[in-house]
Design a protein around this ligand. Structure first.
Ligand SMILES: [Zn+2]
Length: 561
């Protein structure tokens, strides 16, 4: 039997196929948001004043009068007071548990000198119990005056006993102090693993800086968190995400223990954020063996994607380019250890794809991106055409000839505009003006017919969507030196940016039928903003706050006024 949930004349109706309902029981909405300026993302009706939800789905979107008919005696009504409403944000690329853990870890991003860096680490070490590691950090050597990489000598005197392993904010290098090097057994004799580097001083002694795969030498000796502590960490992250208007995230390379923790929180009714988990590509057989295919699961927790790495990062000079770095001509970057050799990667991707798993591959340098596109073409040749929605994560620096290939293969560019205004401070000195033209080339990608999915790469960048929207539309670097935009021809519009953060992100996780726009039948995931992002100057977008977050028809965050 099919009947409408409520009957707003002329409004969009959802025909609910609900065998349990009788003909005259037209359930009133559970939630009604009215007096709002709703950006629906639906080209058929881009703006609306009100919206109603029954259970976790939207049942009506329209004018105030149209939606008013959904009101019943028990309906919760939110008067938006004329505020702007958007679909909930769906961050296409986060490292959720690492990000959540960093909320409580040492903060080093704005340390202005190695001395301040060391002092903050020592202060934090005093809050830990004996044997616990100082982790986190997200330091930025470019913030030191003058910029230089920190060394173990900077911190050893203040933390002689406590092991310290703190990452650069891009996650592609980290500093270990003496106690950490000792626990990991790293000495001047230790050889770097493929895809990694142990930085040494002129006498050949490790400075404490470990790059990419070499970081694994230390990570393997750090004790894993207990189940309770992992749940505590994720709860912290869920609160943070809800306060910023996130209703979905796509979690890149979570551990299986992280996925188990999400499942436990879901079972307890505590999961307030939808999670699509993409464990490591190297472990593809685990998902394939039990028949999990892309986007398998419930609207709250899904699996079936794989995250792989093709190279490193620009900040660590490990992004893999055709030409050498301009400020370090001895290197063109590094392929990741998963790509050594590339044939092994190809074999895994072919098999994982044949098993129906979605491939999300990190590639930053132009040569790494080109190789990943080659690999995708190889997979296509072997396995034939299908709707697979391959993704290149970051897709930062493209060879001009690769834009059409990107589009032809239907590869989604999973991009993080905040990196553009962050790296944009120094990227040109590293890659030169010519390569900079097709760097963070969001406009060229869209114009070439490539779909964008926006995200932050949290913990690498802030989880807050507003600085990301600001970055996409202004391209104004964080140092204030490019107020008109760095490579301004690559700006995208606010409509495009919000679209790529909602519907575009939903498409990238095979969920466009369920979310990404505010239309009847979709999940009731939405946010109310402190200011109308469409009515203010673009420079002010980064200061806009989310005042209410609704996920699945349930209010999961309300800002105190
Ligand atoms: Zn990432």
């Amino acid at each position: 039997m099919i009947l409408p949930a409520c009957a707003p004349p002329g409004a969009f109706l959802l025909a609910l196929a609900a065998a349990t309902l009788v003909a005259d029981a037209r359930p009133a909405a559970d939630l009604l948001v009215t007096n709002a300026r709703i950006w629906t993302g639906d080209p058929a009706r881009p703006e609306a004043e009100a919206l109603a939800a029954l259970g976790e789905r939207i049942v009506a979107v329209g004018s105030r009068d149209e939606v008013e008919t959904c009101r019943g005696p028990k309906t919760r009504v939110i008067d938006a007071g004329g505020r702007r409403v958007l679909p909930g944000f769906d961050d296409s690329h986060v490292h959720f548990v690492d990000g959540s853990a960093k909320l409580a870890q040492v903060q080093l991003k704005d340390a202005r000198s190695p001395a301040e860096f060391a002092r903050r680490i020592a202060d934090h070490a005093r809050t830990l119990t004996k044997g616990e590691w100082v982790l986190g950090g997200t330091w930025d050597d470019q913030a030191f005056a003058p910029p230089r990489l920190p060394t173990r000598q900077d911190v050893d005197a203040l933390t002689p006993e406590t092991p310290v392993f703190v990452e650069r904010y891009d996650g592609h290098m980290a500093l270990a102090n003496g106690a950490a090097l000792q626990r990991a057994g790293i000495t001047r004799e230790t050889a770097a693993p493929p895809g990694g580097e142990i930085v040494r001083d002129p006498r050949g002694e490790p400075t404490g800086i470990l790059k990419d795969a070499a970081m694994g030498l230390v990570y393997r000796v750090i004790p894993p968190p207990s189940r309770e502590s992992r749940l505590r960490t994720i709860r912290e992250g869920l609160r943070h995400a809800a306060s910023l208007g996130l209703t979905s995230v796509q979690d890149m390379n979570p551990s299986y223990a992280d996925v188990a923790a999400y499942a436990e929180l879901l079972e307890r009714g505590e999961l307030t954020l939808r999670v699509y988990a993409a464990p490591m590509e190297t472990q593809w057989e685990d998902q394939a063996r039990i028949g999990l295919r892309r986007a398998f699961g419930s609207p709250w927790l899904r699996l079936g994607a794989l995250k792989g790495y093709a190279d490193g990062s620009l900040g660590s000079t490990t992004a893999y380019f055709f030409e050498p770095y301009r400020d370090d001509p001895t290197t063109s970057g590094l392929l990741s250890d998963e790509m050594q050799p590339v044939e092994a990667m190809r074999e895994r991707l072919v098999k994982a794809d044949a098993a129906g798993l979605q491939l999300c591959i990190h590639a930053i340098g132009d040569r790494a991106i080109s190789i990943v596109l080659d690999l995708f073409e190889d997979v296509l040749k072997v396995n034939g055409p299908r709707d697979r929605r391959w993704r290149i994560e970051h897709a930062q620096h493209l060879a001009p000839g690769d834009f059409p290939r990107f589009a032809r293969l239907g590869v989604i560019a999973s991009v993080q505009p905040y990196h553009a205004i962050d790296d944009g401070r120094w990227a040109e000195s590293r890659i030169g003006p010519q390569r900079a033209k097709t760097t963070y080339a969001f406009r060229t990608l869209l114009d070439a017919g490539v779909r964008l999915a926006l995200g932050t790469d949290w913990y690498v960048a802030p989880l807050d969507p507003m600085p990301t929207l600001y970055a996409a539309v202004t391209r104004a670097t964080l140092d204030g030196r490019n107020p008109g935009g760095w490579m301004p021809e690559q700006k995208i519009t606010l409509n495009e940016a919000i679209g790529a953060y909602t519907a575009g992100a939903a498409y990238a996780e095979f969920q466009e039928q369920d979310k990404g726009t505010l239309t009847p039948g979709k999940l009731a995931d939405l946010v109310l903003l402190s200011e109308d992002v469409f009515a203010i100057r673009p420079e002010r977008i980064r200061d806009v706050k989310v005042v209410t977050t609704i996920a699945g028809g349930r209010v999961v965050f309300e800002r105190e006024r």
